[in-house]
Every structure is written in structure tokens, then in C-alpha cells.
Design a protein. Structure first.
Length: 283
């Protein structure tokens, strides 16, 4: 025989979940002679026990009534089903087995959690609207609708610069970004499950806008002037030019060169420092 029962994984400890029964054709004779209750024939007396399928001893069966009771907390995420072997033995030592299949129904008792505490992404400042920036993922150990989740940007989305796919967790650029205006966006992203009592958690998405070489270097002066003697020493410093560049990183690094007016190679400019020095005798 097979008994089946479906119960909540949050069923209360000491709650009875089913009663099984075995019959025996033998008779159970009793006597109350002298006010004492005794068995004259125990062959038909059946006792029940659990012999397999309950490794954590979370279940108990009453040896006389066959009532099965939960005696320890259950957890579907650890063990979703039980295949329990039940034994019925009569007073003469004869026995038979039956089986109890228990299915635990899910309760929304697991918070959806992101796979990363912080997500880091970079985005070129000339990226087009609709560009995929990154994708976040959360896992929920529940099942069915309790495990379905929806994503949203909770805060940090300045000027609604980004949009999120509520189902996939993908974050897209909408509009445009400018590193010179905002270099880093710190988004708080939320995930919420679909349980009757909804559970949720947050993560951080750090989006760094990377520079595009959009600004030319600009000399700090339009015209540099100086005077030196004709016997100025070879290798002596004449003057130093300098520039600024509104870009950042490698895009802000500049090199210097003399492109005209130095046909006789009297002067040399250091490509990195902008120092101009005398290289030959002047006359």
C-alpha cells in the first residue's frame, strides 16, 4: 500500500499529518478478571514503526494508533519529499510494510539574493542610447511563483540615465552620459520575489564613465617670448611650454614637437616636459 500526503514545509512541530492502519485476521482476546486488564491472545495486536526514509528523525508514528506526527522542523529546500517505509507487526511476529510519500509544499521563506555584493561596469562616454551596460542576477531558493523575481533601480539613477529590464536584470543606457559632468554612477538595484509576503534585497551597481579623446590639448599661452644671448650654452634652457587637456587618463597625456622655424636645428624641445634647449652655437 502507498499513502500520500502534501503538507506545508512550515507545518507545526507535533502536528499529526496522517493516520495509517493495518488489519490482522487474528483476534485480540482480553480479560479483566479481578479488575486486571490482560491480553489472552496477542496475535492480532498490531504495532507500528518507521523503518526507513526518515534519516533526520523528523517524523514519529504512534506504535498503537498509526498516527504519523512531525516532531522536528521541516525544510523543503533541504528535503522536498520523503519516501517513508512503515512497518506493522502483530503479536505473533508477523509483519508487513507500507509506504508513505510526503511532499512538502513551498513557502516563501527565502530572500532572493544577488550573485555579487557589488557589480562594477564601465561605459564609454560616447555610447549610444540603448547600449547594454551590465546585467545583474539574483537567485531564490524557493520554487514556482515564490522564486520568480523582478528587478528595479531603487536609487542613484540621476536624470533617469539608465533603464532596467525588470525580468532579465539587464541595465541599458537611455539618453547620453558625459564624463566631464558625472564620472561615476552609483546605483542601488533591488530584487523582489512574487511571494504572497514579498521578500527583497539590494545590491550596488558601480558604473564608471570612461573618457573618449574629445578635447585637444591647449597651450597655456598663445605666444611665448624670451630673449637669450648668442653665446647661450649648448643644452641651456630657453623656456618651457605647457598645455592643459580636459580629457582624462591616457587621453590627457601630451607630447611636444617643434614643427616649423627650426630649420637649422638650433633648438630641441623635450617631447614630455616641453622644455626648449639650445642644441647648437648661435650667431
Amino acid at each position: 500500500d502507498l499513502y500520500t500526503v502534501a503538507i506545508s514545509e512550515h507545518v507545526a512541530v507535533n502536528m499529526s499529518i496522517i493516520q495509517v492502519e493495518a488489519t490482522d485476521a487474528d483476534q485480540v482476546a482480553t480479560s479483566t478478571s479481578s479488575g486486571t486488564f490482560v491480553y489472552l491472545n496477542r496475535n492480532g495486536l498490531v504495532t507500528y514503526s518507521i523503518t526507513a526514509g526518515d534519516p533526520l528523525n523528523q517524523l514519529s508514528i504512534h506504535n498503537e494508533t498509526g498516527v504519523v506526527t512531525v516532531v522536528k522542523p521541516l525544510n523543503r529546500e533541504i528535503n522536498a519529499t520523503y519516501n517513508v517505509t512503515l512497518n506493522a507487526t502483530d503479536g505473533g511476529g508477523r509483519y508487513s510494510n507500507s509506504y508513505l510519500y510526503i511532499q512538502l509544499d513551498d513557502e516563501n521563506d527565502n530572500i532572493p539574493l544577488f550573485t555579487e555584493e557589488v557589480y562594477n561596469a564601465t561605459l564609454l562616454e560616447n555610447s549610444m542610447s540603448g547600449t547594454l551596460v551590465t546585467q545583474v542576477t539574483a537567485l531564490d531558493l524557493d520554487i514556482s511563483y515564490n522564486a520568480n523575481v523582478t528587478y528595479s533601480i531603487a536609487s542613484g539613477n540621476v536624470n533617469e540615465t539608465f533603464r532596467m529590464n525588470a525580468t532579465s536584470g539587464e541595465i541599458f543606457l537611455q539618453g547620453s552620459v558625459d564624463r566631464e559632468r558625472i564620472e561615476i554612477y552609483l546605483l542601488i538595484v533591488n530584487v523582489t520575489d512574487y511571494g504572497t509576503v514579498q521578500l527583497s534585497s539590494d545590491t550596488i551597481v558601480n558604473i564608471t564613465i570612461t573618457d573618449v579623446n574629445e578635447f585637444p590639448p591647449v597651450f597655456t599661452k598663445l605666444l611665448y617670448t624670451t630673449e637669450i644671448y648668442e653665446n647661450h650654452s649648448i643644452g641651456g634652457l630657453v623656456l618651457t611650454v605647457s598645455t592643459t587637456d580636459a580629457d582624462s587618463g591616457v587621453n590627457s597625456l601630451v607630447t611636444y614637437a617643434i614643427i616649423s622655424g627650426n630649420d637649422l636645428q638650433h633648438f630641441h624641445i623635450d617631447p614630455f616636459t616641453g622644455e626648449i634647449r639650445v642644441m647648437q652655437n648661435l650667431d
